[in-house]
Ligand binder design. Sequence first.
Ligand code: FES
Ligand SMILES: [Fe+2]
Length: 333
Amino acid sequence: MPTPPMTADVDLYRDPAVFEAERAAIFARSWQFLGLEADLVRPGDYLAEVLAGYPVMVVRDEARGLKGYHNVCRHRAGPLVGEAKGRCDGEFVCRFHAWRYGFDGRLREATGFGPVDGFDPDGFGLFPIRVETWRGFVFVNLDPDAGALAEALAPLDARLGDQPRRTARVRDSHPVACNWKVYVENYLDGYHDEGIHPALAAEAGAQRHEVHVEGEVALFEASNPQGAADTLWAWLWPNIGLSVYRGVLLLEHMRPQGPDRTVIDHLFLHEPEDPSVDAAILNAERIFEEDAWINERVQQNLDAGVFQHGVLSPTHEGALFWFHGRVAQALRA
Ligand code: FES
Ligand SMILES: [Fe+2]
């Protein structure tokens, strides 16, 4: 007799050892959103963030390219930049003992270090990371062998087509007391709308019941799509949601902080004079609050240890099944 697809092992959502393994196997090997290219205009402009426990930074260099590094000095692990966004004057100067590095990552001067036999500054350059951009978004990847960002986003690119220039932005950040996978699974699940989002479910055309996975992108088709990407919900492995709804583009970065803690960063982009923006953002925030509420309660119930395995609907929860397989594959690799 066939058996239905099952949910993932409950320990995956609460075991600190699993979380550590995921940092290395998933978050150090996938494209992570860092910020907007619009914030990296002049040479020396930088963006920095801590992604899944990895402090990273990206700088615009003198040749107008983007360079990415771990934000960690090779002397004694001090930070090169201290803010999330700022400007360095021609070089990085470590905040601890002022070692100086070029934007090419080379150690220019071990400031005031004193003479030491056998110390070769060339062996103490910054640790590089990958940087690529897509539609003005800056992404980083700690894996030198990762595939190109454009390749990962190709299925979404095809769906988005031409988009208006959205130069205005609103950003906010919300802590949610759940494992990052609980949040992702909720995002990938179009089955819960009637229970959790009654207003959304009642709105014609807003339902996102059909979920297709192409490559490592999940695409949610509205039930009555009106042309290319007028309304779109998408998700990129492992933790980025992207939606276009009522003219507002929302990039949602689900940043893991610990086995039962996730921070959700929202970046709303819109056209400057669009009068529907406030209502669209309020609507998205309400949907977020509804999801955060259910996700925190699901996490409590997973932590309680009573629930071991549930079942997944092949009709509505196929993307979750794919996601569980993808997580397992990453952890095996
Ligand atoms: S840790 Fe950077 S100079 Fe000492
Ligand atoms: Fe939801």
